[in-house]
Design a binder for this molecule. Structure first.
Ligand code: ZN
Length: 303
């Protein structure tokens, strides 16, 4: 009797709570920022996984074979591009034996193709000499206007791969656009009066954020993206900070901030820790809350 009752209860539970339909597409992204955008656009039709965590330095992710297994089953791979993942993604994509997600493949989207890049070097660059951004700056998701362009490119790609979901993707993209536009208005009110204020950044991560907010970079702790700061460079920054009234040193929480602290002590500028990506701080679990956090922390420091 007990067994029959248990069986009936289980059957009833299935009827009342049917298992969710399997997602139409398995999407793998290289970063949590891209994963959040894919979820905004894809909703329940996509199952999204990020290869890196928001607390990690996205330039240097351990190319663990488990990640290649995730890529093997992917219907779509979305990467940032501009060489951000060049040290770890190509070997994983090779190991995945998934032909469709190779660069240029039908099931691959490189987000950088959707935006206009900044910091594109004009002279000779040498990655081996320490420059991590030889093709332009890959940290464009710090600008919500560009993130919206990326979300739209993801929407187009999802529609191509899953035409039955076209209406869902179009609808969700329009909703996301409205959310971004509303948020932009609020941020503009906070940031507008602060245009022209000067900040240092640890790595050259905030080029697009500054382009959007009107704040100005007075320099980076790293003399070249990826190169640790030598003492002479720090001494120069201390001079610049005193002369130009630099109020904030913005540093992603995955970097060692000892050199930032040193410059802060000598100048009165404040070290501002920020998440490096969505998920890099518990208060920034999706794209818009992550940008909200960047704005909040920077505004507090420079006003
Ligand atoms: Zn970088």
């Amino acid at each position: 009797m007990k067994t029959i009752l248990l069986g009936l209860t289980a059957a009833l539970a299935v009827l009342l709570h049917p298992a969710p339909a399997a997602a139409a597409l398995r999407v793998v992204t290289t970063t949590e920022g891209l994963a959040s955008l894919a979820r905004e656009v894809g909703g329940d039709r996509v199952e999204v996984q990020s290869l890196s965590r928001g607390v990690q330095d996205p330039h240097f992710v351990d190319a663990n074979p488990i990640l290649a297994v995730k890529l093997r089953a992917a219907d779509l791979l979305v990467d940032v591009g501009l060489d951000l993942e060049i040290g770890w993604l190509p070997p994983l994509v090779g190991q995945s034996r998934n032909a469709a997600i190779q660069p240029g493949g039908a099931h691959r989207l490189t987000a950088a193709s959707a935006i206009s890049a900044l910091d594109v070097p004009t002279g000779a660059v040498d990655r081996s000499a320490g420059d991590l951004h030889p093709g332009g700056n890959p940290h464009f998701l710090t600008d919500p206007r560009r993130a919206l362009q990326v979300a739209e490119a993801i929407s187009v790609k999802l529609t191509n791969l899953d035409p039955a979901g076209a209406a869902v993707y179009a609808d969700r993209t329009a909703t996301f656009r409205r959310k971004v536009e509303t948020a932009l208005q609020g941020w503009k009110a906070e940031l507008g009066p602060l245009a022209g204020r000067k900040v240092f950044t640890h790595h050259r991560t905030l080029t697009y954020f500054l382009d959007w907010t009107g704040l100005v970079s007075a320099g980076e702790l790293e003399p070249k993206p990826g190169t640790p700061p030598p003492p002479a460079h720090l001494a120069k920054l201390v001079e610049v900070a005193r002369r130009e009234g630099v109020k904030a040193i913005v540093v992603e929480n995955h970097y060692d901030s000892r050199s930032d602290d040193q410059v802060a002590r000598l100048t009165g500028a404040r070290v501002v820790p920020i998440p490096g990506d969505v998920g890099g701080d518990p208060a920034g679990k999706d794209y818009l809350s992550y940008v909200g956090l960047l704005v909040k922390r920077v505004v507090e420091a420079v006003k």
